[in-house]
Write a protein that binds this ligand. Sequence first.
Ligand SMILES: NC(=O)c1ccc[n+]([C@@H]2O[C@H](COP(=O)([O-])OP(=O)(O)OC[C@H]3O[C@@H](n4cnc5c(N)ncnc54)[C@H](O)[C@@H]3O)[C@@H](O)[C@H]2O)c1
Length: 289
Amino acid sequence: MMDNPEFHSKNQPPLDQEFTKNRFKDKVVVITGGASGIGFAVAERFANDGAVVAIADMDRTNGAKAVERIKAEGHDSVKFYFVNVADKSSCTKAVEEVTGDNDGVIHCLVNSAAFFGSSGLNSEPADWRKSCDVNIMGAASMVQACHPYLVKANGAAIVNLASASALRAQPERWTYSATKGAIITMTKNMALDLGKDQIRVNSISPAWVWSPVQAKASVDGSQESMPAVADFSIKRRAANTSEIAAVTVFLCSRDATYMTGTNVIVDGGYCAIGPERLGDQSLFAGEKS
Ligand SMILES: NC(=O)c1ccc[n+]([C@@H]2O[C@H](COP(=O)([O-])OP(=O)(O)OC[C@H]3O[C@@H](n4cnc5c(N)ncnc54)[C@H](O)[C@@H]3O)[C@@H](O)[C@H]2O)c1
């Protein structure tokens, strides 16, 4: 995926990166799933904004490429750490390595790693176990492992990647969607329990994001070969990874100090659309003026 320049934020429409430079100066951030897609874009944006970035992922090859790419963009404070979030001891080990490198403190944790496999009526216990282990328990284990070090930040933030799949029914997606619903609920519980430690916890629900996962699902690896996505949102296109990263990093910033326990929908209007769809074929009801 690192070989596809479409997923580097520098090649996506520019956001306000100039203005936010240095807002995370010397802050230590851990991003699971940071070797690809949204997690990588979050790592890029945090690096742009001055943070010390720990990319925590089970994909060593993409992890190395992600570090290389961010360094090539002029940011040296980035390092890869191996983690399998489905294994609690692996989470503890990775977090100990990060804190060993960074004076025992973590300021932000973003849980972006996920297992996308989904099944419905034919789902087997193994499907449920893998989805729950990676998507739910994985996020929980990372929060548990990071907690003592987040407390030391005295004003830390956690963002868990949920999904619009938790908010709208999608075909054959019992396992994936259920875990994303759990993330939204668990986020509120975490926010309640960790509030006393000055740790804010929020979730983000994107809908369709043009990331390597979507590229794999497309006909020929191009956005154009996924025309249906255009009909699914008011924006009439998938999100760029940088657009999800921008909101994720905002939630971790001092501009969001009153936000905790909430789920932020970043979906281009996917959840706003009703049965009349985008309005192209609906009848006008009421007076015109
Ligand atoms: N792409 C979308 O359209 C979309 C939409 C809604 C929500 N999301 C959510 O956003 C997050 C990121 O999605 P993405 O599109 O960037 O995915 P992606 O596949 O590009 O990246 C996921 C990363 O997680 C890593 N990972 C998977 N299992 C792991 C494990 N057990 N331990 C450690 N790392 C592991 C992978 O190696 C990969 O680098 C996910 O939580 C996903 O559910 C994505």
